[in-house]
Design a protein around this ligand. Sequence first.
Ligand code: PLP
Length: 396
Amino acid sequence: MISKELKNNLSGSSWVRKMFEEGEKLRAIYGADKVYDFSLGNPEFNPPVEVKTKLKEIVNSDISGIHKYMNNAGFSDVRLKIAENLNKDLISPLGEKHIIMTCGAAGGLNIVLKTILNPEEEVIVFAPFFGEYKFYASNYGGKCIVVPTLKESFQIDLDLFEKSINEKTKAVIINSPNNPTGVIYSEDILKKMADIIDKKEKEYGSYIFLLSDEPYSKIVYDGIKLPVIHNIFKNSIIINSYSKSLSLPGERVGYLAINSKIEDIDLLFNGLVFANRTLGYVNAPALFQKVIADCLDATVDVEAYKERRDILYNELTSLGFSCIKPEGAFYLFPKSLIEDDVEFVLKAKEFNILLSPGSGFGCPGYFRLSYCVSMETIKNSLEGFKKLAEYYKITN
Ligand SMILES: Cc1ncc(COP(=O)(O)O)c(C=O)c1O
């Protein structure tokens, strides 16, 4: 009944979703307060007060056209505001024609990949990575080439990266702060990546896009400043959304920001707008475009995420888990206590703790824990983590 490819995809599909469904079952048996669900990156925080205030104001106003179709790229005034906001950090400024409003980062990635990929062309991703990339690339006949990151640090292995580029390489996706590791790529590493891409483009006479998937760009800890992608790369497209920074994942609003240094920008822009329309998104949600346009400097409470990171990181490492300290996003990616991460995650479920195996991110032997949950869930889960560690006899 359904396509063979989709049937295959269904059977190997998202561990994150699977664990979420397991959680539903456990909650029905034990009650929601006895189940510690760290499986999904679905923030429990409410959006910042600015968002709610603006939403009420817009709903009660009579701005004309607020519920209508618009230019498929999104409202002009909203795109201009986003461009101006980004320009504070940019060497080559952006205008309205460099911004396209999207249905979240997922919608943005799909639009870009539909626009640029020919069948069999390759998209480089760095493991561990957001598992959906594979499906997004294959939606348009493309193929993800998975390049492992350096052991322990999860930083880009520049040698491996260079070796993985060939004449079929069309795009490289980076995601920093990273889901699932929380790692941020330094300016130095990014500049070296840019040099490698330049060199390979010359060698193959090809065009390689750098796609920077940045939904966690505002969730950064310890005063770290994110390098500015468009100042480092030439053929870069930023894919961003308000799902995490404003806790609005269900509202499906985000944007693409095209580097103004890209040649033939009109062709690219028209292609992206066409893809937005013909993939059926048509345009990003009208109401929320207007809302976010006046909340561009607002964020969720990053300190509250940091507090959660610190508690879990300190508790888990003191129990003997090995883990790098995340610099951003809201995930921990510790080593599984046994080689088989799927078996480990199933064991954790017996203590009512729901985790996602690293295999779902192309990185077996680890697990992901999403800490965008209530402090109560975190504190109440600690006893379960202790028992889990004791089960594997690593505490004394
Ligand atoms: C790395 C990464 N990219 C993209 C997305 C999709 O985000 P959005 O809700 O904005 O579509 C997510 C969501 O969890 C993500 O973690």
